[in-house]
Design a protein around this ligand. Sequence first.
Ligand code: 5GP
Ligand code: MG
Length: 190
Amino acid sequence: MSIAVEEGQLGGRKLRRVVYEAHQLQKRVSELATEISGAYGPEDRLLLIGILKGSFVFLADLVRRMTIPLQIDFVVASSYGPGQSSTGDVQLLYDPPAPLNGRAVLVVEDIVDSGTTLLNLVPKLRARGPSSLEICALLHKRKIPLDPRWVGFDAPNEFLVGYGLDLAEDFRHLPYIASLQLTDELTDVS
Ligand code: 5GP
Ligand code: MG
């Protein structure tokens, strides 16, 4: 199995392992696009709402494989909590201005971890009266019983980067998803 890792993208950081290679991501995203396209029709006036920033690569690949009419918007959700774990309330820093009333909404998320983001966001969007509201998450760590209609992969309980996922804003541009060597993370702070 050959893994195309472009070392220059990593800025000297070392990967622990590649969890999903680019071709695996592309194959799964194509399957999801086919399934989602089959679940809606033009009358649904489907609106995909990507949760920024993490979902931007996944959303961009997904929509280009979809075969039904759709529109795209984003929310910027910010959760306030210590360190890398998101706890507590989620604020919307950007909120889609389009009316959701009577149309099908599909929230596109990069990864479900504690579920805090989605559990806060979904009621806010549902209150605007969409005809349906479903979730498509590329990754799910299965820590909580939240069950999105579409999930790309059940993810391992590691901190993942790439394909939109960041560590302090780095690594979003990797075409694969990987975990990093944590020892480097602790020692290389320059
Ligand atoms: P939750 O609110 O479900 O705890 O977390 C959702 C958000 O936390 C994701 O949209 C993502 O931005 C971030 N997150 C959760 N797990 C990971 C991870 O393993 N790697 C990265 N880079 N971000 C994560
Ligand atoms: Mg996110």
